[in-house]
Design a protein around this ligand. Structure first.
Ligand SMILES: [Zn+2]
Length: 231
């Protein structure tokens, strides 16, 4: 299937880029390598946000007249700080949680319909050790961090949990059911194993006030034109 190839190459590209851009999230060895200045290890790009399997730049603006907030325009995150003390990490994390609430709820409902299963309730949590779980009461729990994954991997997790409404185990019949709705599930499982740390890592952003007059806006910190519409 063309989809399979696309997914594989997407995932490969993503991994290669991530390894190059964010060596520290690939474990201690990479961090050590970065510190020791080995040629292939590069420092993490500052102020990026992992979302839908891509790294996006985060631009931060001090806008005292506005409520703090976040806008995403498909290319970058624009973070509006009311004071220099506002925490951009919290703002972006809250944005990701809201996005997760909306998109994962919808995805789950769509997949449940396709798979012909019914669930009780869906909860989006800040689970740090688990992507998702399914209870005997047919409640589904998902970590908001799932929105950092490529969409195909997000879908796999929905199918995985919804599959447990039919089989509460990981037996052969269960995997056959998953494969029916998600033929590439093995690729996605491998991706999850290889990218755990990147997905569980917290958002890391640092606001640096513009140089010169603190608190004033300079051309460097002016929101780009597009952000006027997305805010
Ligand atoms: Zn499972």
């Amino acid at each position: 299937m063309a989809d399979t190839q696309t997914t594989i190459s997407d995932v490969k590209l993503f991994l290669e880029r991530l390894k190059k851009d964010l060596p520290e999230i690939f474990g201690k060895d990479a961090t050590k390598a970065a510190k020791e200045g080995e040629p292939n290890a590069q420092p993490a790009p500052e102020n990026t946000v992992l979302f839908n399997g891509d790294l996006f730049p985060a631009q931060m603006y001090l806008t005292p007249d506005q409520e703090p907030g976040v806008a995403f325009d498909g290319k970058a995150f624009h973070v509006y700080l009311q004071t220099a003390q506002d925490d951009p990490c919290t703002l972006v994390t809250d944005w990701l949680k809201n996005n997760a609430q909306e998109t994962l709820t919808k995805k789950t409902a769509d997949w449940a319909q396709k798979m012909g299963v019914e669930f009780n309730q869906i909860f989006i949590k800040d689970q740090r050790t688990l992507w998702a779980s399914c209870s005997g009461k047919k409640n589904l729990n998902f970590s908001y961090r799932i929105v950092k994954m490529p969409p195909a991997v997000q879908d796999y997790l929905m199918v995985h949990e919804l599959g447990h409404l039919t089989y509460m185990n990981h037996g052969a019949e269960y995997w056959a059911l998953v494969a029916q709705f998600c033929p590439d599930y093995k690729i996605h499982r491998r991706w999850l194993n290889e990218n755990r740390d990147a997905i569980f890592a917290d958002v890391q952003l640092t606001y640096t006030p513009p140089q010169g007059q603190p608190g004033s806006t300079t051309s460097e910190t002016q929101p780009p034109e597009t952000s006027q519409e997305t805010k």
